[in-house]
Design a binder for this molecule. Structure first.
Ligand code: DAH
Length: 340
């Protein structure tokens, strides 16, 4: 019997369970009711008294050894299973990286640029930190003129001549100073004003300026060009109207409205029940401005216009709070898709 115990002990030591089935056969063979060790206990009844003590201990030790072996094999199989499940299924398709979308301000800017590019307008840009001459004086805002108050901005303390530009009209001046007519440009860009941030106002926003200077440019050209723009951008059925206004750098000056593209002019809360949406300021370039920029106003004339991109994008997409543009919340940003 001793030999049998030794042989079993040896077997148990050598046993390797590669999987759960093998572990189960170990249990059946050694630890179950009909297993080898229980058989030993059965045979034990026939063992002579004087050997009982020694053999009993050996069988008990063997039983413990088998149980320990079983427990440790079970634990290591479970551990292996756990680490295996940390590996991903390599046959699954790869995670698609999310592709970003253009900002609605960029989309609308590009669309406006594109409408004007189709009738020969090119793009000009100017600096965001501008001097007094280009932002105000050349545009016929005399020093101390109240029109400057409407465009309070951020000044550079060490050089009071410099400020963050309040409008893209400053680009008109730079283009006229550096080019001979005919001039046909649009100037998109960022502008700044000393405004408290709210749903309707922000200290940083975007404009697109337009300028056309040539011989014999009249208000008819202004109207036809802007009518073309309104129909291209807002749709064929769009109507326009002009209301007299005042800007120091245009004479005459006007605000242009388009018929409300949401209610078709019937009146809704977007157009505040007027049927019209104000979209830009415009006018004939004041002869003083032409002369300030080195263009002979007795030979040339021109028209100019300027619009806020945020406002146009709000109308296009029915966005009701300006702050959304600047918060960079992807849930907002990814809603805008565009070809441009
Ligand atoms: N610069 C004006 C503003 O920011 C907008 C504007 C009005 C631009 C009339 C123009 C124009 O070119 O002709 O309020």
């Amino acid at each position: 019997m001793k030999d049998k115990i030794n042989a079993l002990s040896e077997e148990i030591e050598q046993f390797k369970a590669e999987n759960k089935d093998e572990l189960e056969s170990f249990r059946l063979k050694y630890l179950s009711k009909k297993g080898e060790i229980n058989n030993l206990f059965a045979e034990f009844k026939n063992v002579p008294k004087e050997e009982r003590k020694e053999l009993g201990k050996l069988i008990n030790d063997l039983k413990n050894k088998a149980q320990e072996k079983f427990d440790s094999m079970k634990a290591s199989l479970e551990e292996a299973e756990e680490t295996q499940s940390e590996y991903h299924d390599l046959t699954l398709p790869v995670n698609q990286e999310e592709i970003g979308a253009r900002h609605p301000i960029s989309i609308v800017r590009n669309e406006i640029n594109d409408v004007f590019a189709r009738i020969g307008f090119t793009i000009s840009e100017g600096p965001e930190i501008e001097n007094d001459w280009h932002n105000f004086t050349a545009l016929n805002f005399p020093e101390e003129h109240p029109a400057r108050d409407m465009q309070d901005t951020f000044f550079v303390e060490q050089n009071p001549d410099l400020a963050l530009r309040t409008h893209t009209s400053s680009v008109q001046v730079r283009v006229m100073e550096n080019n001979k007519p005919p001039i046909r440009i649009v100037a998109p860009g960022r502008v700044f004003r000393n405004e408290a941030i709210s749903a309707r106002a922000h200290c940083i926003f975007h404009q697109i300026e337009g300028l056309y200077v040539d011989k014999n440019v009249s208000f008819v050209d202004l109207k036809q060009t802007l009518y073309y723009f309104a129909r291209e951008f807002f749709g064929e059925q769009t109507k326009i109207r002009f209301r007299p206004s005042y800007f120091p750098f245009t004479e005459p000056s006007a605000e242009m409205d388009v018929s409300c593209n949401i209610c078709g002019g019937k009146g809704c809360n977007v157009c505040k029940y007027t049927g019209w949406l104000e979209i830009m300021g415009c006018g004939m370039v004041d002869p003083n401005v032409l002369d300030n920029c080195g263009i002979d106003s007795s030979e040339y004339s021109g028209f100019a216009f300027g619009m806020g991109i945020e406002r146009i994008a709000m109308l296009k997409y029915q966005i009701n709070d300006l702050r959304l543009y600047f918060e960079n919340d992807v849930r907002f940003l990814k809603q805008f898709k565009s070809a441009l």
